[in-house]
Design a protein. Structure first.
Length: 173
């Protein structure tokens, strides 16, 4: 007996505030201009090291500290233009995704790293920074050791990612 293979396609479907659906295979309506969702790449990392390289936001405080984390879930995130109106929902989904992956690897260590290379859409820096501060605070209150790379800086880093498929996860929130 020959095994059948099936192809499953997963589509991201965006909905507007009134329940409108925006997806080319479902609707001919284009997504509203500026509509985007937080994007995250989560890595399970046996070791992650970083140090600030160059300040890129004038209002960022001066930082020169470097740090290394072991057995951590490293989250590269980008907060996007449409997210300020969805703060509570985005925050909840972000935290749930981080806890989910941490649970898969029995880790209680999290690194949050701003990585504005996942999309052209960007939220205001003050909003992005406050959202991540709140996420870090809530994770810490849940017993996680949280490290946040300096916001407003380009950072030098070394990232060792585990080989398992689950050690590398991309999500749009």
């Amino acid at each position: 007996m020959r095994a059948r293979s099936r192809i499953f396609r997963v589509y991201t479907v965006l909905t507007g505030s009134k329940g409108e659906v925006y997806h080319p295979r479902i609707s001919s309506h284009p997504a509203p201009e500026g509509y985007a969702a937080v994007k995250i790449i989560l890595f399970y990392s046996p070791s992650f090291w970083f140090k600030p390289y160059e300040k890129v936001l004038e209002q960022a405080p001066d930082r020169v500290t470097e740090a290394e984390c072991r057995q951590a879930v490293v989250v590269f995130y980008q907060v996007e233009e449409g997210d300020p109106g969805r703060r509570s929902k985005v925050l909840t989904k972000l935290i749930k995704n981080i806890k989910w992956l941490a649970g898969k690897f029995d880790s209680r260590t999290v690194v949050l790293h701003s990585f504005n290379h996942l999309s052209m859409s960007k939220a205001p820096a003050a909003f992005a920074e406050s959202l991540i501060e709140e996420a870090g605070k809530r994770l810490a209150e849940s017993g996680y050791a949280v490290t946040v790379t300096p916001f407003g800086y380009l950072n030098e880093w070394k990232l060792h990612v585990a080989g398992e498929s689950l050690a590398k996860v991309f999500k749009e929130l």
